[in-house]
Design a protein around this ligand. Structure first.
Ligand code: HEC
Length: 146
């Protein structure tokens, strides 16, 4: 019986892998993830981190290291990280200029703090990174647009 159970589990995992090896699409990258009643406050937030080479380097180090953003969003932020391939909706592609134009830093900060409901984008601040580090990462993410 145990062998059968192990085989069933193995086949289920294989089927799951095959289904998920086709990357899912991004959910509308232009629509805000901030609830309407918090939108004004989110948009009013100012990024306290100046966009200069030292701060951008700090944000990059966090993004590609301890903050683990790269695992889903990819080393170069194109949304193709190894852990992102199986996700539906797929991680944001930060090289998309239209995405950057559509949202303020405060709206992005809100998502890093609260997550995006119904997706694998969970809250990272303050559990994994400080709020200051979240702003540093956002400052770096802004430089990825093409
Ligand atoms: C487990 C995978 C995963 C990790 C790790 C991850 N993200 Fe995400 N992220 C996602 C997914 C999936 C989405 C798309 C969510 C959606 O479409 O609403 C997303 C979306 C975003 C967005 C876009 C929000 C918007 O308004 O469109 C930002 C900003 C973001 N992530 C920042 C980060 C930062 C910063 C980190 C690291 C601290 C991080 N993410 C780590 C999966 C991840």
């Amino acid at each position: 019986m145990k062998k059968v159970a192990v085989l069933i589990l193995a086949f289920t995992l294989m089927a799951f892998y095959v289904v998920n090896s086709y990357s899912a699409a991004e959910k509308d990258p232009l629509a805000s993830r901030v609830p309407a009643d918090q939108m004004a406050a989110a948009k009013a937030m100012k990024n306290p981190v100046a966009s200069n080479p030292a701060n951008i380097a700090k944000g990059k180090e966090l993004f590609t290291g301890k903050a683990t953003c790269f695992t889903c969003h990819g080393e170069n932020g194109d949304g193709n990280g190894p852990a992102g391939a199986a996700l539906d909706p797929s991680p944001r592609n930060f090289t998309n200029g239209k995405f950057h134009a559509a949202k303020t830093d405060g709206e992005l900060f809100w998502v890093v703090k609260n997550g995006s409901a119904g997706t694998s984008m969970i809250s990272y601040a303050p559990s994994v990174i400080t709020e200051q580090e979240a702003w540093e990462i956002i400052t770096f993410v802004r430089t990825l647009k093409k």
